[in-house]
Design a protein around this ligand. Structure first.
Ligand SMILES: NC(=O)c1ccc[n+]([C@@H]2O[C@H](COP(=O)([O-])OP(=O)(O)OC[C@H]3O[C@@H](n4cnc5c(N)ncnc54)[C@H](O)[C@@H]3O)[C@@H](O)[C@H]2O)c1
Length: 333
């Protein structure tokens, strides 16, 4: 039986630890936050990140990165993407044997537009890289920990690795994993949907309703498709769990922190105030910078993503910026 290390004991790291701990796998979590680590070891809970649910006793935690990396055959990355290159670099300094890397974080790196799989390729010595799998799809941690039925994807260039992750994470009650081979599509769709979730929150904060949200999801999917396919994604991924599935959940659930951040901005708060009030990572606020740079560089038409960038970073008034979208020239769908 494989041993699993989870790097990042936040809400999603804890949600994933819950699943694989319940599936009977030995799990070691690593985090820089000593209080979190102590709480997991003493009480099998992580109340500030996931107020409900307890982890299996097979889940232990540490603040010692080399201990965590030695432990696992699989290394699951679940830290905010703002720190992920640094953390992967630190892993490379302590790693001593080949591992399969599984990424569950969602974001693109500004300036380089790199996906996490590319950052792993750059930072980890090839002698210690057995393979890479992305675990993405519609999966809010709060629902997973409450054992609400959840379907996600494991994507890898190596089907055997995707199937290994599928087997380790799937159970026959609430968590089911599908394999896909389109790693680029899974990583890009999972990252871009957080920007659209911020837009959905803004629209709700401004008082718009379900017509508007349905229009947003549908038109945003077209923008995601343009960008993802320019980066090398396959079209069918856009309409699967990793694409449309993840977009729907994050644009419709107030449990999504990207939606919540957008809601606050739409209700009149600025980005700094909003982010300072959030105790959990808002990936859309960072990925919108990478997406904006990519759109500009490769001349891709993505007006919704550009509008989110303008509101978040150029401090444009959200209601005026949305009306501007309505005044674009009329065209066929
Ligand atoms: N929460 C969800 O429902 C969910 C679902 C799917 C994917 N994700 C993705 O998972 C990633 C993590 O999200 P989250 O919700 O768990 O965030 P979170 O804010 O709840 O937790 C992040 C954790 O990372 C730790 N951390 C920060 N810097 C670190 C470092 N340098 N070294 C080690 N640990 C560090 C923090 O202490 C914290 O425990 C994000 O990319 C998010 O988009 C989240």
């Amino acid at each position: 039986m494989e041993k699993i290390s989870i790097i990042g004991a936040g809400s999603w790291g804890s949600g994933l630890a819950k699943i694989i701990g319940d599936n009977g796998y030995p799990v070691m979590m690593y985090d820089v936050n000593e209080n979190t680590v102590n709480e997991i070891n003493a009480f099998h809970t992580n109340k500030s990140k996931l107020p409900v649910g307890t982890l299996s006793e097979a889940v232990v935690a540490t603040t010692d990165l080399s201990q965590a990396i030695r432990f696992g055959d699989l290394i699951i990355l679940v830290v905010p993407t703002a720190v992920i290159r640094t953390v992967i670099h630190q892993i490379n300094e302590v790693i001593e044997s080949k591992k399969i890397f599984v990424n569950a974080s969602k974001g693109l790196e500004p300036d380089s537009f790199k996906r996490v799989s590319e950052i792993v390729d750059e930072e980890i010595d090839p002698r210690y890289r057995e393979g890479f799998v992305a675990l993405t799809g519609p999966s809010l941690a709060e629902e997973v920990i409450n054992q609400m039925l959840t379907l996600v994807t494991a994507s890898s260039k190596n089907n055997a690795h995707a199937e290994m992750v599928q087997r380790i994470f799937s159970n026959q009650t609430y968590f089911r994993v599908y394999t896909i081979s389109d790693l680029v599509g899974a990583e890009v769709c999972g990252s871009l949907k957080n920007i659209i979730a911020m837009a959905a929150g803004m629209l709700t904060g401004l008082g718009y309703g379900d017509n508007t949200r349905a229009a947003l999801i549908t038109r945003a999917l077209v923008e995601i498709k343009r960008i993802a396919m320019a980066m090398g994604a396959e079209e069918k991924t856009i309409y699967g769990l990793a694409g449309l599935g993840d977009l729907i959940v994050t644009c419709t659930s107030p449990r999504s922190r990207n939606f919540t951040a957008g809601y606050k901005i739409g209700s009149g708060k600025d980005l700094e105030q909003t982010l300072s009030e959030m105790t959990m990572v808002v990936e859309g606020a960072r990925t919108v910078v990478a997406a904006h740079q990519y759109i500009q560089k490769y001349d891709i038409y993505a007006p919704i993503i550009e509008a989110v960038y303008d509101v978040v970073y150029l401090k444009k008034d959200p209601s005026e910026r949305i009306l501007q979208l309505m005044q674009n020239s009329l065209k066929p769908e």
